[in-house]
Write a protein that binds this ligand. Structure first.
Ligand SMILES: *[C@@H]1O[C@H](CO)[C@@H](O)[C@H](O)[C@H]1NC(C)=O
Ligand SMILES: *[C@@H]1O[C@H](CO)[C@@H](O)[C@H](O)[C@H]1NC(C)=O
Ligand SMILES: *[C@@H]1O[C@H](CO)[C@@H](O)[C@H](O)[C@H]1NC(C)=O
Ligand SMILES: *[C@@H]1O[C@H](CO)[C@@H](O)[C@H](O)[C@H]1NC(C)=O
Ligand SMILES: [Zn+2]
Length: 293
């Protein structure tokens, strides 16, 4: 039995490693989707309930990592999780950066993915049946809206958004990308002795109290768009330079100094992802939703 347990723990950590190679880990995606679902209008909440598989029991967060789970079965989808930039370039450019690096095909990145699945969902409730599976469209949109807010999803091509940079996270060998997907969130649970629900609560309190003014800015795009993924990608590229890559080269030892200065950035990006996902879903599904400026 002891042996089985060791083997099980090994398998589970291996699966965790695999699943978190790209994208916020399961916790990050769940946080974004919990924040979003709590902010839906009645009409949007109804549409989400109808689109979710029955097994989800109306919990969007439980499904938000699905696109990571099917990356291998749907290989064309893997380039839609990120949008990397040339080395040391701290902003996103559509024509330069939205490309599948393996095939060279243009318009294949997280920004295009968000537009694609937004457009598909706009067919919800129309008289003709959509040729697309709108359940999948909802899960892709919800997932990609999270990914695009993870700064290292708009990192540099040459180091694969920090996947090729090995650091020590306290006493653990980690890829820098993984530190941003998972470790900074997990270390919050350890240091502050809380769990996912507590962190969601703390972020939600900050959205209404501390970050309230900025919420307005987040919710509205400049030109009547449902969302502005190119802007979100540029914000991530900027945060990647300013926070993620800074003082974190190959072999760096990252400890309290890095953790305490970065976790508020991680939380703020999770908050923005959730608020913007909710705003997009409200605009898609709810004709009553306020017209944008
Ligand atoms: C758009 O969605 C369809 C259906 O899932 C998919 O075949 C296509 O590759 C997607 N394109 C982009 C840019 O996301
Ligand atoms: C839509 O996609 C989901 C998830 O892949 C699948 O379970 C479901 O059967 C699909 N629905 C249809 C009508 O194909
Ligand atoms: C790292 O340190 C913690 C205690 O601070 C310990 O529990 C853990 O086993 C260590 N991990 C490694 C890989 O040494
Ligand atoms: C809430 O915002 C304050 C001020 O920016 C920050 O110090 C705190 O860490 C934030 N809380 C969370 C959970 O991010
Ligand atoms: Zn992803």
């Amino acid at each position: 039995m002891g042996c089985d347990r060791v083997q099980l723990v090994g398998t589970v950590s291996f699966l965790l490693l695999l699943s978190s190679a790209q994208g916020w880990g399961k916790d990050g995606h769940a946080i974004v989707c919990k924040i979003a679902q709590a902010r839906l209008s009645t009409a949007a909440a109804e549409a989400v309930t109808k689109l979710l598989p029955e097994s989800a029991q109306n919990d969007l967060a439980s499904q938000c990592s699905w696109p990571d789970d099917v990356k291998r079965e749907i290989p064309w989808s893997s380039s839609l999780h990120f949008a990397d930039t040339p080395d040391s370039v701290c902003s996103y450019d559509d024509s330069r950066d939205c490309v599948d690096q393996r095939t060279g095909i243009k318009n294949r990145c997280v920004v295009a993915g968000i537009s694609n699945y937004t457009n598909q969902l706009l067919e919800y409730g129309s008289y003709t049946d959509s040729p697309y599976n709108l359940t999948e469209a909802l899960l892709f949109l919800s997932h990609f809206m999270g990914d695009i807010h993870q700064p290292l999803h708009c990192g540099f091509v040459s180091d694969q958004g920090g996947n090729a940079i090995n650091v020590l996270w306290y006493n653990e060998t980690q890829k820098l990308h993984h530190v941003w997907d998972d470790s900074i969130i997990e270390t919050q649970f350890q240091k502050f002795n809380d769990d996912l629900g507590d962190l969601v609560d703390a972020i939600q309190i900050n959205i209404t109290k501390v970050w309230a003014d900025e919420v307005e800015d987040w919710e509205y795009c400049s030109n009547n768009e449902i969302s502005c993924p190119a802007i979100y990608a540029s914000e991530s590229a900027e945060d990647a330079c300013k926070w993620a890559y800074k003082d974190a080269s190959e072999g760096s030892v990252l400890e309290d100094e890095y953790f305490f200065s970065r976790f508020p950035i991680v939380n703020f990006r999770l908050a923005q992802g959730g608020v913007r996902l909710a705003a997009a879903l409200n605009r898609i599904f709810d004709t009553q939703y306020p017209v944008l400026i």
